[in-house]
Design a protein around this ligand. Sequence first.
Ligand code: PMV
Length: 365
Amino acid sequence: MSLSEKYKQAAMSLQMVQPFEGSRHVGWKSPSNIALVKYWGKREPQIPQNPSMSFTLSNSFTETSIEYSFYDKSGPKIHFTFEGKNELAFKKRIERFLESIIEYVPFVKQLELKIESVNSFPHSSGIASSASGMSAMALCLVSIENQLFGTLRNKSEFFEKASFLARLGSGSAARSVYGGFVVWGKHERLADTSDEVAVKVHVPGKDMWELGDAILITSSEKKKVSSSAGHDLMDHHPYAEARYEQAREHVPYLLEAMEANRDELFIRVVENEALSLHALMVNSNPGFSLMNNNTWSILEKVCDFRKDTGIFIAFTLDAGPNVHLIYRKKDKVQIKKFIEEKIIQFCENGYWIDDEMGGGPVELN
Ligand code: PMV
C-alpha cells in the first residue's frame, strides 16, 4: 500500500476533534537543506522524476509556532504572520498547502490556527525558504495530530508523516525533516527510498563528511523564473530523460565517493549536478538563466583555489545565482580566508552566510 493510501485510511479516525477549552501550542525550528544531486522535474502529486540527495543545514532555518483552538464552524480558520507582519502572499500559500493535504489531516477543519513564522536569514537574501518553511509547518501539523489523537508517538512514524506532508508543500522540504545526508526519490539500489518521503542515509567515515556550506549571496533580487515554473519546463524538455538517468547514476556515485573517501569523484559529481541544473534551464523552451557574472567569477576562483591549494572544496548552486561552497569543517580557517580575500568582492554588499551540516529540526517549547 502506498503511504498516501495508508494516511488516507488512517485519516478516517482523525475527523472528529473533541471540543476543548482555550488554546494549545506547538512549534518547530526546521532548517533548509542544500541538494548535492538535484531534484528538477516532477509529476503529480509532487512526485520527483529522479532521486535527489542533500544535506541539511544548521544556521538557515525557519521557526514556526502555532497556537490552535477548537473551531466549531467549517474551518480551518487561519491567522498568519511572518516576522511579525501579515504577509498575504505567504498566508495564501499556507492556505493552498492546507487545502492540498486536508485529506491527510482532516482535523484542521475544526481548528483555528494562529501561525507565526520567522526565518533566521533575511527574507530578501535570495535564499529559498520553502524547504525550511514547509517542513516547519508540516512538523507543527503532525505535532497537533499527536497532541489531539496520540497517533504518531513512534518517532519514525512521526517524521515519516512530516516528510510526506512537507513534500506536498515543496518537494525539497521533504528532505529537511531529517539531519545529515538525506535522499528523496525511489532508487532501486537504495533500500527504503521512496518517492513519497525522504529517508536519512548513513555515511561511513562520518567525521570526514562533516561539511560546511558557505552561502555566497551574489544577488538578493526576486528570481525571474520560479522553481515551480522551472520544474514544469522539464515536462517537454528535450534532455529530460537523459537528465533523470544522470541523477539516478549520481546518487550512488556520491555515496560510493563518500564511502571510499574519493574526493575527486565527490567534487566532480556535485559540480556537474550544479552545472547540469543550470544548463537544463538554459536549454528549456523558453530558455532562461539564473546565473549572473559574479556567479561565474566565483566558480572560476573556486577552481583556481582548489588547484593551487589541494584543499577539498566544491561549488554547488540551487535554483538561483547564489553559490554554495561545500568544504570540510576542519578546513574552515583557510576557507574563510579564501572567501575574505578572493570572493567577498563578488557578493552583494559583501554578504555571505556561514552555514554547515546540522542535525535536523528541533521542537520548540
Ligand atoms: O522544492 P522546490 O520545488 O523549491 O525545488 C527545489 C529545486 C532545487 O533547489 C533546484 C533542487 C533541490 O533538489 O533542492
